[in-house]
Design a protein around this ligand. Structure first.
Ligand code: ADP
Ligand code: MG
Length: 249
């Protein structure tokens, strides 16, 4: 369903020379599978997610979702289909929810943006319940919620338009350890109940092992290992994967 080929990206960074964030990445993600991406900070995980969501464009290579090329450099309206197909959750639920907007508006925003017909209130309330909040949450504002609840709100927004692909970039990292397990379970449940294809980025191999059927290990902008979760855990091939496993709690 989702394919990234040689998605290299070069970014000028201040006065420093250009950074190539990804090299020779050739990745196929099957529809309705769940792929966990792990690797240390700076290895290119977020860049890969941003390419899939057309938040960035590759300097060379192509990205396809559902068999269609993603043209992040084209006019914004040409990405309407990709927006309809994709939901995305970022690391920090404090930064990603607009504090001036009610939760109902935040969660319903993709429906407005996509021009979905009808009154969105019922759908917004339905997804709020789905992520473990109550319907009255729609009338409240983000600052009235804890970090874990805000990540539930972010998840509700990510699935409100019934996407096929959910991209989650370190969705637990900003949360207290005590609420992480509940958010992981929610993510795993949404994934199966909504028949989503899931791409989950985490630097915690335990998290991706719990949620994902497959793991891709990134290092220095490359995918150094990819396989079924059970195989990667039992028989890691790349020394870096062994290192990650040895360091895992
Ligand atoms: P990860 O998500 O695995 O931590 P990223 O995809 O964010 O990695 O980063 C990949 C590379 O791109 C790194 O070399 C990083 O320093 C660089 N990079 C990340 N964000 C920016 C940015 N805004 N401008 C320039 N370079 C960046
Ligand atoms: Mg990142």
């Amino acid at each position: 369903m989702t394919r990234t080929y040689a998605g290299a990206r070069e970014r000028p960074f201040g006065s420093r020379p250009v950074t190539t964030a990804l090299h020779d990445v050739d990745l196929d993600i099957r529809a309705e599978s769940s792929l966990g991406i792990i690797g240390e900070s700076g290895s290119g995980k977020s860049t890969l997610v941003r390419l899939l969501a057309a938040l960035d464009a590759p300097t060379s290579g192509t990205v396809e979702v559902d068999g269609r090329p993603v043209d992040a450099a084209g006019p914004a309206r040409s990405l309407h289909w990709l927006r309809a197909l994709t939901g995305i959750v970022f690391q920090d639920p404090y930064a990603s929810l607009d504090p001036r907007m009610s939760v109902g508006r935040i969660v319903g925003e993709p429906l407005w943006a996509l021009g979905a017909p009808g009154d969105h209130r019922a759908r917004v309330e339905e997804v709020l319940l789905r992520v473990g909040l109550d319907a009255e949450a729609a009338e409240r504002f983000p600052h009235e919620f804890s970090g874990g609840q805000r990540q539930r709100i972010a998840l509700a927004r990510a699935i409100v338009h019934r996407p096929r692909l959910l991209l989650a970039d370190e969705p637990l990292s900003a949360l207290d350890v005590s609420v992480r397990a509940r958010i992981i379970d929610l993510l795993a449940r949404l994934r199966t109940e909504e028949d989503l294809t899931l791409v989950l980025v985490s630097h915690d191999i335990g998290v991706v092992a719990h949620v994902c059927d497959e793991i891709a290990v990134m290092k220095d902008g490359r995918i150094v290992e990819r396989g079924r979760t059970a195989d990667v855990l039992a028989r890691p091939r790349h020394p870096y994967t062994r290192e990650l496993l040895a360091a895992a709690p």
